[in-house]
Write a new protein. Structure first.
Length: 524
RNA sequence: GGCCCCGUCGUCUAGCCCGGUCUAGGACACCGGCCUUUCACGCCGAUAACACGGGUUCAAAUCCCGUCGGGGUCACCA
């Protein structure tokens, strides 16, 4: 079993493309076959290297390894269409010779005229073949008129074709409805349909697993293969990935429209918050939730992404949600691929990420998070031992709150100098100003803290409990005020962990600073 | 418009091929509650779907026909 994914070098990896690639990869791995990467660059100019790199990097990041293709080579190369021009030329000649294709000398405007005429009559367009050359005499006559020739498929105009699709079952087409597709341009370069069929044959692809939009291209490709005497691969057309909340195909260019949807907007905002702290120059070309690299950049894990994508259109049973790589390989089959489009749901992706990130140890998370702190210049590069320790403690205390690696940047307050800490005005108002006795209680508790020689979370908790008891107050009367005093806001992780992380000196400094400011405010 | 595909909770889906066990199951989200020093996690609970209409049948989400709706594709793009 041999499958392939044939991206064109566009500079980015589309989320739907990855899903298709994943299915190809899984299918090949399941059957112990090969997964081939081939570059569809018939239409590309020179910068292939530049636009291909991000795609290959994306595959590597995701762990979708290819057995043959760019960087790794293989016995059925070349794996770049741009390197196979003579090969395609030979195929075109063969098609011409056997009468499956013809040279067409129509000018674009003449074709356009026919097309419009058909539209006016509300008929489907079918080329008249008026400028089809049927003899060398025709060719020289047309050429004398200054016409250039393209090569078109000479499609049958009667009969039907039944395709047995592995996912959709039997699909019937009438040959008469198939257009005389151009397979070679006037300048001699070849087009996708031809190249694709020739490549699939050369690379001995057994299963063509691709997006649904190619279903209607299949008849003409089968026609080419048949007339060239190639054995037909099995076809499987997977439904495309749809926009959140609709059945339209997900498209990178429609980002601004998706942003009107809350979940998508939230995801984007989360990304932008990270990008901002990292000082990234972002553009919708690469920093876009439709593009896979977006997730790598902000710190998603590949386990979550792959698992989510797997379930977008495929299922094993009525309840299994989590699959290891090995489990997916073992269980994957085409017949459990769904046949209706599935819309992309950022929230569900997040839920998978939450799950997989909870499986990580503190040390693993620590490693993931560190580059972000360095990138945001919140720690030095390389980090000092005390910064490393601080980070480790934060990761530990944050627990589930850090889901994607970039989430660490939300804990900037621990890294900022004590006299630079920003306070949420509303929180200060509510917990330190309006709350009666809050400031006084803080002052009194401060002296206790100062005397404490054990600043561990456990002993701090005992200390506060004792204080609360002695004062005859409820813990809520002081703890919120304390939190705002040392972190600047009213939400965060466990109070005693916060104090432990900051340590005595910093905790006191922060308390003193805000208490001083508030005292000053009162006298004014 | 032609051709093709698709149609189960808001979303991802199980069930459909081989009709009864489906008063339609799971997950995410949402809502409510519990836990609790806040947030998050966790736990418990609730709401929520067979597009519609005809058949066939003792019985239809499941089979047949039609309608409607959504989408894909109709390039000298891939």
């Amino acid at each position: 079993m041999r499958t392939r994914f044939a991206p064109s070098p566009t500079g980015y990896l589309h989320i739907g493309g990855v899903r298709t690639a994943l299915f190809n990869w899984l299918f090949a791995r399941h059957h112990g076959g090969q997964f081939i990467l081939r570059i569809d660059d018939t239409d590309q100019q020179r910068h292939v290297e530049q636009t291909l790199r991000p795609i290959l990097d994306g595959f590597r990041w995701l762990g979708l390894d290819w057995d043959e293709g760019p960087d790794v080579g293989g016995p059925h190369g070349p794996y770049f269409q741009s390197d196979k021009l003579p090969r395609y030329q030979a195929a075109v000649n063969a098609l011409l010779t056997c009468g499956a294709a013809y040279k067409d000398y129509a000018r674009p405007e003449e074709l356009e005229f026919e097309r419009q005429e058909a539209q006016q009559r509300k008929e489907s367009f079918r080329y008249s073949r008026r400028w089809m050359a049927t003899s060398p005499e025709d060719e020289s006559r047309f050429a004398a008129e200054g016409r250039a020739a393209v090569v078109r498929l000479k499609m049958p105009r009667e009969g039907n074709l039944v395709i047995t699709d592995q996912i959709r079952g039997e699909v019937q087409f009438a040959w008469a409805g198939e257009p005389d597709t151009v397979i070679q341009r006037a300048d001699g370069t070849c087009l996708y349909h031809l190249a694709s069929v020739v490549d699939d044959y050369d690379m001995q692809i057994s299963h063509v697993i691709r997006a649904e939009e190619h279903l209607s291209n299949t008849p003409r490709q089968i026609f080419i293969a048949q007339r060239l005497g190639y054995p037909l691969p099995c076809y499987a057309h997977v439904p495309y990935v749809a926009e959140p909340g609709s059945k339209n195909k997900l498209s990178k260019r429609k980002l601004s429209q998706y942003l009107k949807q809350k979940d998508f907007a939230d995801l984007m905002r989360r990304g932008e918050r990270i990008a901002e702290r990292m000082h990234w120059a972002t553009s919708p070309e690469t920093f876009n939730p439709v593009v896979v690299d977006f997730y790598r950049q902000i710190g998603y894990g590949t386990d979550a992404l792959i698992n989510y994508l797997l379930l977008l259109g495929w299922s094993w049973d009525d309840r299994t949600e989590y699959f290891s790589r090995q489990e997916m390989i073992t269980r994957f089959s085409l017949d459990r691929v769904n046949n209706s489009p599935a819309s992309f749901d950022p929230q569900k992706l997040s839920a998978f990420q939450d799950h997989y990130s909870q499986l990580l140890t503190v040390e693993q998370k620590f490693d993931l998070v560190l580059p972000y702190l360095q990138g945001a210049a919140m720690v030095a590069s390389p980090p000092t031992p005390s910064e490393l320790q601080l980070t480790r403690q934060i990761v530990q205390a944050a627990g589930d709150r850090i889901s994607i690696a970039g989430d660490i940047l939300d804990y900037q307050d621990f890294f900022v100098a004590d006299d630079q800490l920003l306070y949420e005005a509303d929180d200060v108002e509510k917990r330190l100003v309006k709350a009666t006795d809050a400031q006084e209680l803080l002052r009194r508790f401060r002296t206790q803290l100062e005397r404490a020689d054990d600043f561990s979370a456990e002993s701090l908790e005992l200390l506060l409990k004792k204080f609360v008891q002695e004062e005859g107050i409820k813990i809520g009367q002081i703890i919120h005020a304390l939190r705002v005093a040392v972190t600047g806001k009213s939400v965060g992780f466990g109070m005693f962990e916060i104090l432990q992380i900051l340590g005595k000196e910093r905790s006191l400094a922060r308390m003193d600073r805000i208490l001083g400011q508030l005292a000053l405010r009162q006298t004014c």
